[in-house]
Write a protein of this length. Structure first.
Length: 157
């Protein structure tokens, strides 16, 4: 049996991080984690782009525009949707997740999902570089790993 394994090697890859300004204090930490993961694994500074949007709801349309332009091998979306007193949380979180997933499949470009969906600011802080790690970092690594697998599969066409 032949097995394809992912590798954490971003050399030669172009990456874009799309980030939500809403809850910016938390999201800035997610951005830092994603960028650090990409750089540490070989994505060069000149092949790295950061795009800010107003909120998590806007992440899919900015990602769609960036992917339509081409020239990007992977994308990382980061944001923080914190539950409030209304159902708004569910709509925003669902739209961000489904929109980004659909784009990844349609464009065949890995999109690391680093959008926190939490009940409290404390939970968000714990996942943005606190005691539970940095989900931006994890999303960057996941996108790199999938890019590696897709690159290997494409060579077989």
């Amino acid at each position: 049996m032949r097995e394809i394994q992912s590798k954490l090697d971003g050399s030669g890859l172009a990456a874009c991080v799309v980030a939500s300004r809403f809850n910016e204090r938390v999201v800035a930490q997610l951005v830092e984690g994603a960028v650090r993961a990409l750089r540490q694994h070989g994505v060069e500074e000149e092949r790295l782009e950061l795009v800010w949007v107003p909120g998590a709801f806007e992440l899919p349309v900015a990602a769609a525009e960036r992917l339509a332009r081409g020239g990007v091998d992977l994308l990382v979306a980061v944001g923080a949707v914190i539950r409030g007193e209304t159902p708004h949380f569910e709509y925003v979180a669902s739209a961000a997740a489904s929109g980004l997933a659909e784009l990844s499949v349609r464009h065949r470009v890995p999109i690391g999902f680093g959008v926190l969906t939490v009940d409290t600011v404390e939970q968000a802080t714990a996942r943005a570089g606190g005691k539970l790690g940095n989900k931006g970092w994890e999303a960057g690594v996941a996108a790199l790993e999938l890019a590696s697998v897709l690159r290997q599969l494409a060579r077989e066409r």
